[in-house]
Design a protein around this ligand. Structure first.
Ligand code: HEM
Length: 513
């Protein structure tokens, strides 16, 4: 208590909700990830930056752009907060969770994996999978059927990431019930849910929960599958090398060995750190990190963009007009890399959607020493939480924030994004630990949304749910009182590690003639 009363004094500059002895604010976080999101927004509206205590853990929740900049731009504040510990059993010390010199070296080694040329190869995979996804949408949307888009798109993103990260097709869109697809789904949900339950967070107490057995089994499935893919890939590369050698020996340029598609795993297998190849464990950690970061996030983004288009028909019409102007007569073909780059209005829609519904609503750093954040002390052993989602609702940066208005990102807008401080809006984070997969994600999002809009009219679950005034359905803090209750087909937002809708993203689609 003596120690913590000192910390309380250090943090007195930042207000927060009243606390109870021993548990702090744990009781106010609520029982569900939805309640937790509202807790965060209520306090953001009341205090701006605020502090919260979960037992003796101090959380400083930061939404002031200058303070966001202080944390994200720092080359020292790069260790992740304790919330990320739950990812360790699956992801180990991969790029997302590692720190210090390991993180530095691996970041440097992995950065070339997102080179323009490699992205072009990945684009082929995205095209093939999204074409198949169109067929699935055609089937499910027949007869004006209302369906859960979020549930469906999850298998598309899983197929894309397995294909690009590991070079294997698991075909989750056709076989959503395979052990591996089910295991990835379970573990993402599991990590998300544990984050908000203090008793489930530590393995020591988690082992007494009934789902612990399934959790262990899931980890085993994921590890066995991924290690197996790595070993097979190594074997394949060895054979490829031998075939090449043989072709050289016979002085023939041709070899009948079929070269496998280049995957992220191949980059790892041919990379070195400290002059040595990566260990199998290190490769496993990075591939698994990509599996997690590269699929849960894009599922969230694609779901909310599609949802917003279903409710805002005027915006959807403009997206479609742009598609017609760029794609010409054949609206069903794949868009080229250049054509996607030319879709500027679509870019604005993606940015505006990520402002309202950022796939990663908050991120956390751990202070390994005391820091002075623009004159305010951040005590040692504090979790500095960057509340990315709240930045999007800052009225100074984004006036009338509950309006879905892609034009605010137009280069010609009065106060366009270019006039802002780069830390006012950071859906992909910023600074040294920003999202390494940003370009990959943007490419996948544009490929899929462009194709959906060209193939289908996206409709709300019920006609009357279309937004007539341009405002969204989800409100926070004091603004909640101004709006009526959510409809059963409005998304019930849940802030877990990624932003999800608890009740799915319910909508309809009508095939374009
Ligand atoms: C809409 C899609 C995405 C969003 C909004 C997003 C957002 C973010 C954010 C906010 C971070 C910072 C996390 C933190 O500081 O804890 C991050 C990190 C990361 N992201 Fe993404 N991400 C997306 C897609 C992807 C994709 C597709 C990949 C890989 C193919 C990826 C790979 C990573 C990795 C490896 C990191 C850790 C980087 C590091 O710590 O050095 N992300 N992402």
């Amino acid at each position: 208590e003596i120690k913590y009363s000192g910390v309380r004094q250090q943090i007195a500059h930042t207000k927060g909700p009243p606390t109870l002895p021993f548990i702090g604010n744990a009781h106010q976080l609520g029982k569900t990830p939805t309640a937790a999101l509202h807790f965060m927004f209520n306090n953001f509206y009341k205090y701006g930056n605020f502090r919260a205590w979960i037992g003796y853990y101090l959380y400083v929740v930061i939404s002031e752009p200058k303070d966001v900049e202080y944390v994200l731009a720092s080359n020292e504040l790069i260790a992740k907060s304790d919330v990320y510990d739950m990812m360790h059993p699956w992801l180990g010390d991969g790029l997302l969770t590692s720190k210090g010199s390991k993180w530095h070296k691996h970041r440097k080694m992995i950065t070339p994996s997102f080179h323009f040329k490699i992205l072009q190869d990945f684009h082929d995979v995205m095209n093939a999978n999204s074409s198949k996804f169109m067929e699935k949408l055609r089937d499910i949307s027949r007869g004006d059927n209302i369906f859960d888009f979020q549930g469906m798109v999850n298998y598309l993103t899983l197929d894309v990431i397995c294909d690009t990260a590991m070079g294997v097709s698991i075909n989750a869109m056709d076989n959503p019930h395979t052990d591996f697809a089910k295991a990835v789904e379970f573990i993402c949900c599991n990590i998300n849910m544990r984050a908000f339950n203090p008793l489930k967070r530590k393995n020591f107490t988690y082992q007494f929960f009934p789902e612990f057995r399934q959790y262990c089994k899931t980890l085993q499935i994921l590890k066995e599958f991924t290690y197996d893919v790595i070993h097979k890939r190594m074997e394949l590369r060895k054979r490829e090398e031998e075939a090449k050698q043989e072709a050289n020996n016979q002085q023939s340029a041709e070899s009948d060995f079929k070269k496998p598609k280049m995957a992220f795993l191949d980059t790892l297998l041919s990379s070195t750190v400290d002059g040595r190849p990566l260990t199998i464990q290190e490769i496993y950690e990075e591939v698994s990190t990509f599996m997690f970061e590269g699929h849960d996030t894009t599922t969230s983004a694609l779901s909310f963009i599609t949802y917003l288009l279903s409710r805002h028909m005027g915006v959807q019409k403009k997206v479609y007009e742009e598609q017609k102007a760029i794609m010409g007569a054949d609206m069903k073909r794949n868009a080229t890399f250049q054509e996607l780059a030319d879709m500027k209005y679509l870019d604005m829609v993606v940015k505006e959607s990520l402002r309202l519904y950022p796939s990663v609503p908050m991120i956390g750093r751990h202070t390994d020493k005391e820091y002075s954040m623009n004159g305010k002390t951040l005590p040692i052993d504090t979790s500095a939480i960057i509340f990315i989602m709240a930045l999007g609702y800052n009225e100074k940066t984004f006036p009338d924030p509950y309006r879905f208005d892609p034009e605010r990102f137009a280069a010609t807008a009065k106060s366009s994004a270019e006039d802002h401080n780069p830390f006012d809006y950071v859906p992909f984070s910023a600074g040294p630990r920003n999202c390494i997969g940003q370009k990959f994600a943007q490419l996948e999002i544009k490929t899929v949304i462009s194709k959906i809009v060209r193939h289908f009219e996206i409709l709300p679950a019920l006609d009357e749910l279309e937004s007539k005034d341009g405002y969204v359905s989800n409100y926070f803090g004091p603004h909640r009182e101004k709006r009526s209750e959510l409809h059963k087909y409005d998304p019930n937002l849940a802030m877990v590690l990624t932003l999800k809708s608890d009740n799915g993203i319910m909508l309809r689609m009508r095939e374009r003639k």
